[in-house]
Design a protein around this ligand. Structure first.
Ligand code: SF4
Length: 127
């Protein structure tokens, strides 16, 4: 155990929409009984990529005592999800490029959390 950054989920705000599950590159978050949960603290690296996609503001990163991040366990978890057919690849809302083809940023539009790629971002900024 050591003091480190780790994701905190406010269950009162969480609607269980599941948008935070796939941005988690470590597979730490799953939906259980209609609420997002960090399944094992050692799977969460505290990077916070899930925060921007939550439409409810239910996710924050806090610093507290937690087990060390286990990179090997996270890789195994992601391999299990891929083997189970879970789609982990995000796509640009504008052109459909996947994160394998372009860098994606989290974005908000029309009340929804989505992703936009670096190639479409300038056109969206400048119209
Ligand atoms: S994105 Fe937010 S509201 Fe949706 S499941 Fe995750 S924590 Fe809950």
């Amino acid at each position: 155990m050591a003091v480190r950054s780790i994701v905190k989920i406010d269950e009162d705000l969480c609607t269980g929409c599941g948008l935070c599950v796939t941005p988690c590159a470590e597979g730490a978050i799953e939906i259980v009984d209609g609420k997002a949960k960090v399944m094992k603290e050692e799977l969460c690296d505290g990077a916070g990529f899930c925060l921007a996609v939550c439409p409810e503001g239910a996710l924050t990163v806090e610093k507290r005592d937690a087990p060390e991040f286990d990179e090997e366990a996270a890789a195994i978890k992601m391999a299990e999800k891929l083997a189970a057919g879970v789609t982990l690849t995000q796509k640009c809302m504008n052109c459909g490029r996947s994160e394998n083809d372009a860098v994606l940023f989290p974005a908000r539009t029309k009340g929804e959390s989505t992703w936009v790629c670096v190639k479409c971002l300038p056109a969206l900024i400048h119209g």
